[in-house]
Design a binder for this molecule. Structure first.
Ligand code: PGA
Length: 255
C-alpha cells in the first residue's frame, strides 16, 4: 500500500515572512527527495491553505486542513466548510484530533459528522483516535479504540470507506517525546484492522491506511511506523522543520 506522511503544522507560522521562509525551505529540501511509494501531505493553518495549495500544485506534495465544519454553507460564524477547502485546493481534512477533543469538546459523534461531510465534499478525512494515559493504565486501550472507530465511522458506506485514513495517536505520546514500543503500535494496528474488517470487509479494510502519530521524529520513524507495519505517520512538531519532516518521509518511503 502507498504510504502517507502527513504534517500537522497546528497553530504556527504567524507571519507571512515566516510562512514564506517555510515554503522556500520546504521546496528546496523537496528537490533532494524522490518518493516512489508515498504521499506527502501538509496541513497548515486555514489562512495559509490556499497559498500552500498554490505553491505545491503539480508537485508531489498535497495539502489539507486541520479541521472543518460539518455543514456545507450558511450562518455558522467562524467556521469553514469542507467544500470551501476542496474548492481552494485542499484534499485532506483531519477530524477528531486529540487537541480538538480536549479543548473543543469534539466527540466521536462530531468527528463522524465531519468525516461524512468531508467525504461528500471530495476530501479525504484523516480520523484521529487514541487512548489517554489513564485509559492505557487501566487497560482500556482496546475498548476506547473500538468505540472511537465504531462511533466515528457510523453510517459510512463501503463505497466511501476506501477514502478514509485512520491515524492512531496515543494521547500520551502527542507532544511529549515519549513513543510506544513497536509491538504496542502493532497490537493496535491489528485491532484497528480487525474492527474495520468487521465493519466493512477484510479486503476493504486492507485498503484503509492506518497511520501512527505522536512525537514522530526521524530517529523513531522505524520504531513507530516501519517495524509495526503502519501505513505512514501523522507528524506534529517535526513537520515545522522541512528537513526533518522530509527525512521522516524518506525513511518511510524507502522502507
Ligand atoms: P507531535 O504531534 O508530533 O508534535 O507529537 C502529533 C499530532 O498532534 O498529530
Amino acid at each position: 500500500m502507498e504510504k502517507y506522511i502527513i504534517g500537522n503544522l497546528k497553530m504556527n507560522l504567524l507571519t507571512q515572512a515566516e510562512r514564506n521562509h517555510y515554503l522556500a525551505s520546504f521546496s528546496s529540501e523537496l528537490k533532494k527527495s524522490k518518493f516512489s511509494n508515498s504521499r506527502v501531505v501538509l496541513c497548515p493553518p486555514m489562512v495559509h491553505m490556499e497559498k500552500f495549495a498554490g505553491v505545491f500544485r503539480g508537485s508531489e506534495v498535497q495539502v489539507g486542513v486541520q479541521n472543518v465544519y460539518f455543514e456545507e454553507r450558511g450562518s455558522f460564524t467562524g467556521e469553514v466548510s469542507p467544500l470551501m477547502v476542496k474548492n481552494f485546493g485542499g484534499e485532506y481534512a483531519i477530524a477528531g484530533h486529540s487537541e480538538r477533543r480536549r479543548y473543543f469538546g469534539e466527540t466521536n459523534e462530531v468527528a463522524n459528522e465531519k468525516i461524512k461531510i468531508a467525504l461528500k465534499s471530495g476530501l479525504r478525512p484523516v480520523y484521529c483516535i487514541g487512548e489517554t494515559e489513564d485509559e492505557r493504565r487501566k487497560d482500556l486501550t482496546f475498548e476506547v479504540i473500538s468505540r472511537q472507530i465504531e462511533e466515528g465511522l457510523l453510517g459510512i458506506a463501503n463505497t466511501q470507506a476506501d477514502r478514509l485514513i485512520i491515524a492512531y495517536e496515543p494521547i500520551w505520546a502527542v507532544g511529549t517525546d515519549v513513543v510506544p514500543e513497536s509491538n504496542e503500535v502493532m497490537e493496535v494496528r491489528i485491532l484497528i484492522r480487525k474492527i474495520l474488517s468487521e465493519l466493512y470487509s477484510p479486503e476493504l479494510a486492507e485498503r484503509i491506511p492506518i497511520l501512527y502519530g505522536g512525537s514522530v521524529k526521524a530517529k523513531s520513524a522505524a520504531q513507530v511506523c516501519v517495524d509495526p507495519g503502519m501505513d505512514g505517520v501523522l507528524v506534529g512538531r517535526e513537520s515545522l522543520i522541512p528537513m526533518e519532516f522530509l527525512k521522516i518521509a524518506n525513511i518511510i518511503d524507502k522502507s
